[in-house]
Design a protein around this ligand. Sequence first.
Ligand SMILES: [Zn+2]
Ligand SMILES: [Zn+2]
Length: 350
Amino acid sequence: MKIPATMRAVRKLMPGAGLQLVSVPVPTPGPRDVLIRVRAAGICGTDYHIYTWDAWSQQRIKPALTIGHEFVGEIVVCGSEVHTLEPGMRVSAEGHVTCGICKFCRTGRGHICRAVKGLGVDCDGCFAEYVVVPEHNVWRVPSEVPDRHAAVYDPLGNAMHTAMAASLSLRTVLIMGAGAIGLFAVAIVKVAGAALVIVVEPNQYKRTLAAEVGADVVLDPASDDVLARVSDLTDGYGPDVILEMSGNPKAMQQAFRLLGNGGEICLLGIPAGGVQVDWAEDIMFKGITIHGITGRRMFETWYYVDEFLLRHGARIDPCITHVLPFEQIEEGFALMRAGTCGKIVLEFPI
Ligand SMILES: [Zn+2]
Ligand SMILES: [Zn+2]
C-alpha cells in the first residue's frame, strides 16, 4: 500500500480553546512501532477537556499535539523489530504507553505505571488519518466486531475494569452517572448477571438511553427522592455495589451515603477537586470496600471486552448515538456540550 506524504489531523496548535484540522506529515514508525491507518475513532471526555482547554489541559497538554486515543484501524507499516503483527491486520490499541520496567509494570499492573504516557495527551493521537502505536499496545480486533464497536474498546474497557473490580452476580448495582462509560457499564453489569441495575442521572436524554441499554430503574436526582427510592428498591439495605461514573462531588457524596453495609464502591469518574466523605459513618462503620479505578488492566480488561463484544456487542448499540465524518468533529463537541449524545464515533475515509 502506498503511504502518502501528508495526512489530515485534528490538532491543538497553541494554548487556548478550539482545535484545528490541518495537513501534517504522515508519522514514521520507530523499529518497535506500527503505523496504522485510522478507520474510526471515539470522542472521549478527555478530548472535550482538551478542546475547551480546561485547567487540567492547561497544565498537562503541550501543543502542538494531535489528540484522540480511542480508535480502530488497519496496520499499514511495521517497524523492523515488530514480529507479531503485519500490515493488513485490523487493530485497536491501549492508549496508555507504559514504561515496562517500573515496579508496577513488572508486576502486571501497567495501568498504574508512574511513567505512563497517554496517546493523544502526551504524544500524537488518533484523530488523524494515520497514527503510530508501539507494538506492545496494539490489540487485534476479531473480524466479527464492527468498526463502530471496535472504535470504543478503550472506554468500554474503562467501564469493564470498573465493573469487574466488584462482585456483580445477583447483586444490586447502582450506577451513578450515565455518560458514555456509565451507559457501557449498564450493558456490562446486565451481562455479568446483576440482579437489579439502578441508574442515577440528571440528564433526561441520558436517562432514556440508560433505560434503553437495560437499566431496571432510572432515577433523576433533581426530581426523585433518590435515598428513599433506592432504599425501597433494596429492602432498606442499600445497593451491594455502586459504580461511580459521574465525577460530580455531590453525586459522589450521595453514592457513599447510599451504599449498603459491606458494599463495594468503584470510583472511575474524576472530580475536579477534593470530595468530602464522612469517613466514620460512610466508610468505616459500614465496612465498605473502595476500589480506585484508572485505565484498563493490561491486558486482562481487553480480553473481557473481546468476549463482551463478540457475544453481546449489540447491547452497546444504543450507547453509540452519533457516527460523524471526522471533519465534523466540532459538531461532536457541540453535542457533548449540549448533553444530547451518548458515545460519538468519527469515521475516516477508507
Ligand atoms: Zn477515552
Ligand atoms: Zn512502568
